[in-house]
Design a protein around this ligand. Structure first.
Ligand SMILES: Cc1ncc(COP(=O)(O)O)c(C=O)c1O
Length: 440
C-alpha cells in the first residue's frame, strides 16, 4: 500500500466523517506557491486554495516570517481579557481598508462561520427583531445560526432558523423571471421578494454573498447588490455582505461588493484573511458590534499569531497588488476556458470575476441540463492529471487558485481542465472510481 493510501485508511478510522467533504483520494504532505505536493513528490496545481483559504499560496515567505516572529514571544493567546499590538493593529488596518460610514468596530473570530453567526445574533440584539433574510443555496457557515440560515444546508435537510426567509438569488445564466430582459426581470423579482419580507418590519438582518459561491458560483446581475443595499436602507434593516470566500483581492478588487459600487452596513471576512490559519472578522457599526460584553466569547479569538498573520495578509494584498494580479490572471484563465467551448458541448458557461471562476457542466448546450455525474468525474480526472479542483452547486467547477498563480500555471491549469473534461465526457472515467466520493 502506498503511504497516501495508508494515510487515507488511517484517516477513515479516526477522523470524524461529519467534517469531511471529499472529491478524490488526496493526501498531501506539503505545499509550495500554487502547488500541493503528495507523498512521493507528485505536484498538483491547486485550483481551490483550500476553498480560498490559501489565497496567498502555500508557504508565502512574508506569511512564514509573520507566523514565526509572532510565535517566538507571543503576548498570551487571545484578545478576550487583554489587548496586544497585533489585535488592535489588525482591527485598525482592516477598518482602514474597508469602506463604511460612522463609527465602526471589528469582531475577530476563528472561521467564517462564527463571524456570520455573531453578526446575525448582534443584529437581533441591536434591532430587537428576530427574522433573517438570506438566499436559497447560500452558504454562511457550518454550525449555529450561520448554518441554519444557509440555503445549501437547508436544501440538504438542516432545520431552517425560525422565521427565516430564503430569497431566490438572481442567476443570469438561469433567469427565473420572463420579460424582454429576463436577467433584469430576475433581479427585480428577487428584490420584490425581499421587499415583501422587509415591509413586515421584523427583519433583523439581510445576509448576502456578493457572488453565490457554494450555490454554483453565481455572479448576480450588475446592480443587484447595490439595489439590495438601497432596499435595506429604505427599511432600516442592516445588510451584511459575506465576503468570506470571495473577498480580499480574489474578484480583481479588494472587496467583492465593490464590483457593484456599493457599501454594505456589515462585512464579514474569513478564509484568506488568515492565510490558512484560523482567523475571521466582521466589520460593522458600533451600535451593532458593541453589544453586551461577553456575548460572543472565544478564548483564543484575536490571538497574537493569527492577528499578526492577518495584518501581514492585508499588507501583502496591498504591497503585491494582488487584486490587480487576480484580475489579469482571471481574464487569462477565463479566455483559455472559453477557447475550449467550441470543441466541448458539455461546457455550458464560463463566468466569474478575477480568480473567482465558475465553469458549468451540462449534458449539452442545447438543453443546458446540469450534469452532476459528469462533474464528479471531471474533478476526479483533473486530480489524476495533476490539478485540485472542486465543484459547487452540483455541476459547477469552482476555480479559485491562489492569487499568486503565474500565467504559465494558468495555461497549465486550462490544459489539465480541458483534458479532464474531454476524458470524462468521452466516458474514460469509471463510475466505480468516483462512487466513494459523493462530494456534494
Ligand atoms: C460565503 C461563505 N461564508 C462563510 C463560510 C464559512 O466559513 P468557515 O468554513 O471558515 O467557517 C464559507 C465557507 O465555505 C463561505 O463560503
Amino acid at each position: 500500500m502506498t503511504h497516501a493510501a495508508s494515510l487515507l485508511e488511517r484517516d477513515a478510522k479516526v477522523v470524524a466523517g461529519i467534517e469531511k467533504l471529499r472529491f478524490f483520494p488526496i493526501a498531501v504532505v506539503a505545499g509550495e506557491g500554487s502547488w500541493l505536493i503528495e507523498d512521493g513528490g507528485r505536484r498538483l496545481l491547486d485550483l481551490s486554495a483550500t476553498w480560498t483559504a490559501c489565497g496567498l499560496g502555500h508557504g508565502h515567505p512574508k506569511i512564514t516570517e509573520a507566523i514565526t516572529r509572532a510565535a517566538q514571544r507571543p503576548a498570551g493567546a487571545g484578545g478576550l481579557s487583554a489587548v496586544h499590538p497585533d489585535s488592535v493593529g489588525f482591527a485598525e488596518e482592516l477598518l482602514a481598508l474597508t469602506p463604511g460610514d460612522g463609527e465602526r468596530r471589528v469582531y475577530f473570530g476563528h472561521a467564517g462561520t462564527d463571524a456570520n453567526d455573531v453578526v446575525l445574533r448582534a443584529c437581533r440584539h441591536a434591532t430587537g427583531r428576530r427574522r433573517i433574510v438570506a438566499f436559497k443555496l447560500g452558504y454562511h457557515g457550518g454550525m449555529g445560526v450561520a448554518m441554519h440560515v444557509s440555503g445549501v444546508h437547508i436544501a440538504a435537510g438542516a432545520q431552517p432558523d425560525a422565521g427565516l426567509y430564503l430569497a431566490t438569488y438572481p442567476n443570469p445564466f438561469r433567469p427565473h423571471a420572463d420579460g424582454d430582459d429576463p436577467v433584469a426581470a430576475t433581479a427585480q423579482a428577487s428584490l420584490a421578494e425581499i421587499e415583501a419580507e422587509l415591509a413586515r418590519g421584523d427583519v433583523a438582518c439581510v445576509m448576502a454573498e456578493p457572488i453565490l459561491s457554494d450555490g454554483g458560483l453565481i455572479v448576480p446581475p450588475k446592480g443587484f447588490l447595490k439595489a439590495l443595499g438601497e432596499l435595506c436602507r429604505k427599511y432600516e434593516t442592516p445588510l451584511a455582505v459575506d465576503e468570506v470566500k470571495m473577498g480580499l483581492g480574489r474578484p480583481g478588487l479588494l472587496h467583492c461588493f465593490q464590483l457593484d459600487d456599493m457599501v454594505p452596513d456589515i462585512v464579514t471576512f474569513g478564509k484568506v484573511i488568515g492565510a490558512g490559519l484560523p482567523l475571521s472578522a466582521a466589520v460593522g457599526p458600533k451600535e451593532i458590534l458593541d453589544g453586551p460584553a461577553a456575548s460572543a466569547l472565544l478564548t483564543t479569538a484575536g490571538n497574537p499569531i493569527c492577528t499578526a498573520v492577518g495584518r501581514q495578509v492585508l499588507r501583502t494584498l496591498v504591497e503585491e497588488d494582488l487584486p490587480a494580479r487576480a484580475h489579469a490572471a482571471g481574464e487569462r484563465f477565463m479566455a483559455g476556458l472559453r477557447e475550449l467551448m467550441p470543441a466541448s458541448d458539455v461546457i455550458g458557461d464560463v463566468r466569474g470575476h478575477g480568480l473567482a471562476i465558475g465553469l458549468e457542466l451540462v449534458t449539452d448546450r442545447a438543453s443546458m441540463t446540469p450534469d452532476h455525474k459528469l462533474t464528479q468525474k471531471v474533478v476526479y480526472r483533473a486530480f489524476e492529471l495533476g490539478a485540485v479542483v472542486h465543484y459547487v452547486g452540483g455541476n459547477v467547477l469552482e476555480i479559485t487558485p491562489p492569487l499568486v498563480i503565474t500565467d504559465r500555471e494558468v495555461d497549465q491549469a486550462v490544459d489539465i481542465l480541458g483534458r479532464a473534461i474531454a476524458d470524462a465526457a468521452a466516458g474514460r472515467v469509471d463510475d466505480e472510481k468516483v462512487a466513494p466520493f459523493a462530494g456534494w
